[in-house]
Structure formats: structure tokens, C-alpha cells
Ligand binder design. Structure first.
Ligand code: C5P
Length: 220
């Protein structure tokens, strides 16, 4: 297998309140992005890493850089088009610095012969209710927790499937919060790969503090 990894790092990170792009905020003593790059480069099946970056920022050592787009999916598409080599294609958010080589391997292995994609996900521990959309909101229904998963990255795709998914119109891509949902909408089979909740996404300052504590606890 010779996989290519696309790391999206072109977001502004406004919810974190940082002055620069979120992927370059210091986390555990280094720019957040570098943790993910290390985990990906530790897996020999990943032959190449492409990073979607804000304009004017250099790619980290051992990776190729490409300028990202206005929405996350546009950044994924820019990175995909940067290289014609590599199948399957693994997509990862730089905002998840707790990525490990084990998670990368599990997601690659999760793409079985009958699947179009395999995505990292954790079982939900909270009870999740759907609101009715009104203000103030009331409960429309309570979802069956046993069947709910909180979706993460990496998300691994057959290259032709991801290419078709990302060829959809600009507004369809802009509305998608992950790439797997584009494949689901095309009728594709997306496997769930159970991963630790620790593979969290840094969105707010609280997440950043939790990520730093978890990274510090990893040190021997
Ligand atoms: O904003 P959010 O946390 O959902 O972003 C998820 C990931 O997508 C981040 O790693 C961010 O850098 C990336 N992103 C991007 N291009 C954008 C928006 C987000 O690469 N236009």
C-alpha cells in the first residue's frame, strides 16, 4: 500500500482567539501541526504528506505545501490535486494534535475491500437530544445513544471516491463539515473505526489546555 496523507492546516482558528492560524498555535512546546506530521511520518505505508496551508507559510520539513481554500473542503481538494500519486488518501485535520501512528494504521486497515472510506470515530458517552430549532429550544427527540459516534479525523478514502466527492459544486462542498458526508451523500459505504476520545479537535482554549495536558502525560 502506498497512501498519501493530506493535512488541512489553512483554517483561521477564530474560535481559539489566536492572532495567527490555529495549526501554528503553540501546543505542548511546538506548533500544533507538527504533532500530526510526526505521527503520519512514523507510518511507512504513508509515502507522502501534503499540507494545505494559509498563504505565505512554508511547508514543514518532509512535507509538500499547497495554499488552502476558503472552506475546509476546498483545502482538502487543493491538497488532493497537488499530487496524483497515492491511493488510498488519508485526510487529517491539523487541529487534532493527539493523532498517533496506531490510529493512522487502524484507519488504513479499516478500509476493507467493500468500503469506500474508513473514518476515525469515538462512541458517544453523553445522551444526545435533537432540538426543534425554535428559540427557546425544546426537545424534539432523544437519539439512541448506542448507535451514535462522534466523528474525528483521519478519514481514509479510495482516491477515485474522494475525487468524485470533491468534484461536487462549490456550495455543496462549503456546507460539508467532513469529507465522509460527501461520500455518504453519493451512496458510498463508510466504515467507522473506533478510536480513543483523546484524539480531540482543538477548537477553543479549553481544548488547547486539555490537549497540552494529554501530550504532557505521554512523555516517558
Ligand atoms: O475550523 P475547524 O476546526 O473545523 O477546521 C478543521 C481543520 O480544517 C483545521 O485543521 C483547519 O486548519 C482546516 N481548515 C482548512 N481550510 C479552511 C478551514 C479549515 O484547512 N478554509
Amino acid at each position: 500500500m502506498s497512501a498519501v496523507a493530506l493535512v488541512v492546516a489553512a483554517g483561521r482558528g477564530e474560535r481559539l482567539g489566536s492572532s495567527g492560524p490555529k495549526a501554528f498555535v503553540m501546543c505542548g512546546g511546538r506548533p500544533m501541526l507538527e504533532w500530526s506530521i510526526d505521527a503520519l511520518r512514523a507510518v511507512p505505508e504513508v509515502e507522502h504528506v501534503v499540507v494545505a496551508l494559509p498563504p505565505g507559510i512554508e511547508a514543514p520539513a518532509g512535507t509538500s505545501g499547497v495554499v488552502g481554500g476558503s472552506e475546509r473542503s476546498h483545502s482538502v481538494r487543493a491538497a488532493l490535486h497537488h499530487t496524483l500519486a497515492g491511493d488510498p488518501v488519508l485526510v487529517h485535520d491539523a487541529a487534532r494534535p493527539l493523532l498517533t501512528p496506531e490510529i493512522v494504521r487502524a484507519c488504513l486497515a479499516g478500509l476493507d475491500a467493500d468500503a469506500d472510506a474508513a473514518i476515525a470515530a469515538a462512541r458517544v458517552t453523553d445522551t444526545i437530544k435533537e432540538g426543534d430549532g425554535a428559540t427557546p429550544a425544546s426537545v424534539a427527540r432523544t437519539l439512541d445513544r448506542d448507535r451514535l459516534w462522534a466523528v474525528q479525523t483521519p478519514q481514509v478514502f479510495r482516491r477515485d471516491v474522494l475525487e468524485r466527492a470533491l468534484a461536487q459544486p462549490h456550495d455543496v462542498l462549503a456546507a460539508a463539515t467532513d469529507d465522509a458526508s460527501l461520500v455518504e451523500a453519493m451512496g458510498g459505504t463508510v466504515r467507522l473505526v473506533e478510536c480513543p476520545r483523546e484524539n480531540l479537535k482543538v477548537t477553543t482554549l479549553v481544548d488547547l489546555h486539555v490537549a497540552e495536558a494529554l501530550l504532557a502525560a505521554r512523555r516517558p
